[in-house]
Design a protein around this ligand. Structure first.
Ligand SMILES: [Zn+2]
Length: 153
């Protein structure tokens, strides 16, 4: 019997979860930890970019036994592919994976305006979306800056 991949868990792991988008590799979690992982998947919600990064690092440590530095992840995306963080961020902003930074900026401004606490006072859903949108934009902005710093190929 296969055990849950969550470190230290001894429940049967019968809920497969993709390790990253478009990856055939799977974690196998128990029901509780699959739920936890899926919530983590949508981790921008209610988290600042920094908190999200910390949580991601903690999860990577737990599941893999080692931590990949975020800098390495971004350095690896110079071939035009995007990191998992960026893909999630693009999803939050309702954009395609090949959206350029101008599109990111426009989507961010549009969505941030729609969900801004001044426009939607007392709307907690909008407030959560507003936070997620800001966090997503931060991820994409930093990734864009990382690319700008590298010499042209
Ligand atoms: Zn478990």
């Amino acid at each position: 019997m296969r055990l849950c991949d969550r470190h230290g868990c001894t429940e049967p792991g019968n809920c497969p979860a993709p390790k990253s988008p478009n990856s055939p590799e799977r974690w196998y979690f128990c029901q509780e930890h699959a739920g936890e992982y899926n919530r983590g998947w949508n981790y921008f919600e209610g988290l600042s970019a920094e908190e999200a990064a910390e949580r991601e690092a903690a999860e990577t440590r737990t599941a893999d036994g080692y931590t990949t530095s975020r800098h390495q992840q971004w350095a690896g995306s110079g071939d035009g592919s995007r990191s998992r963080d960026e893909l999630r961020a693009l999803e939050v902003l309702d954009l395609e994976v090949d959206a350029d930074f101008e599109a990111v900026r426009l989507a961010w401004r549009r969505l941030a305006k729609q969900n801004h606490p001044d426009i939607r006072p007392g709307d907690t859903d909008a407030a959560a979306r507003f936070q997620a949108i800001q966090a997503a934009y931060d991820v994409l902005r930093v990734a864009e800056e990382q690319r700008q710093w590298k010499p042209a190929q």
